[in-house]
Design a protein around this ligand. Structure first.
Ligand code: ATP
Ligand code: MG
Length: 273
């Protein structure tokens, strides 16, 4: 019959997120490893909305570059909801950055290709992720990179500007999310994910969040000013022209000037070996 939560043995905590904890678990009968995201207080309306949205999106996606969902458990007696996902045994790109240091340009070329393929798939399904950042990109020992964490994602219907609501991790939010009139925010919500990819690649290459000097913990206002009024961050001069050009295309402040995922897939940084 169908698996129950008790069929999985909890081995360790992989990470904590908003209102939830992700465990590494083992299916007792088959010994297969999975990641189990347990969301507490899922009866709390905002938490509930978030987890239902994540379940909805995971259950409608089927791509080698989107983390796979293998089941959902609702605990009728309590408030807990648990999402069973494929286990990504090398963790997130953030955890790799913290443990092993910065990524080389060659590493990032492969990462970029895979994230673009994932974003291209999501777009074909009309899904905007809205929280692309190092901790939400997972990797396994095969070198496969997958997009995870759809708690603030959105399935687009008719209205393109439905994406301007205030969600996601503020540091990775694109200029048009703060100021749609100046930065062409009604053009497409998908452009925000491209901005998030550009910032993520810069952070993985340089080792710190690009809008701020190393080690500085910003307040919200400083960050918003830097994103909206400052020059977009760029790569140091030693990076290749292709890589610099690619980042420049992702970090156009005006979202109507920013390259689309389809255009970026043909950029020399990822299309030439
Ligand atoms: P964050 O603010 O870091 O993004 P979050 O609220 O978004 O946290 P999750 O992204 O769901 O929470 O999970 C937290 C952490 O658990 C991730 O950053 C990652 O390190 C780990 N994790 C999540 N899913 C998996 C998985 N399928 N395989 C391996 N590790 C995972
Ligand atoms: Mg996350």
């Amino acid at each position: 019959g169908a698996d129950r939560l008790s069929d999985f043995e909890r081995l360790q905590v992989l990470g904590h997120g908003n209102g939830g904890t992700v465990y590494k678990v083992r299916h007792r009968r088959t010994s297969t490893l999975y990641a189990l995201k347990v969301v507490h207080s899922a009866s709390d309306p905002p938490v509930r909305r978030q987890v239902l949205r994540e379940i909805d999106i995971l259950s409608r996606t089927d791509s080698p570059h989107v983390v796979r969902c293998h089941g959902v458990f609702h605990k009728h007696s309590g408030d807990n909801v648990a999402i069973l996902m494929e286990y990504m045994d090398s963790g997130s790109l953030e955890s790799i950055l913290n443990a092993s240091g910065t990524f080389s340009e060659a590493d990032l070329r492969g990462v970029t290709r895979q994230v673009l393929q994932g974003l291209s798939y999501l777009q074909s399904q009309k899904i905007v992720h809205r929280d692309i950042k190092p901790s939400n990109l997972l990797i396994n020992a095969k070198g496969e990179v997958k997009i995870a964490d759809f708690g603030v994602s959105k399935v687009m219907c008719r209205s393109l500007d439905a994406c301007n609501s205030y969600v996601g991790t503020c540091a990775y939010m694109s200029p048009e999310r703060f100021d749609p009139d100046t930065y062409g925010g009604n053009y497409s919500g998908y452009a925000g994910d491209v901005w998030g990819l550009g910032l993520t690649l810069l952070e993985l290459y340089m080792g710190h969040f690009p809008f701020l000097p190393q080690g500085q913990r910003p307040d919200w206002a400083t960050l918003m000013c830097a994103i909206c009024f400052g020059e977009p961050p760029s790569l140091p001069c030693e990076a290749s022209e292709d890589f610099k050009g690619f980042i420049g295309c992702c970090l156009q402040k005006d979202s109507s000037q920013r390259w689309t995922v389809a255009q970026l897939l043909n950029h020399p940084f990822v299309s030439i070996d």
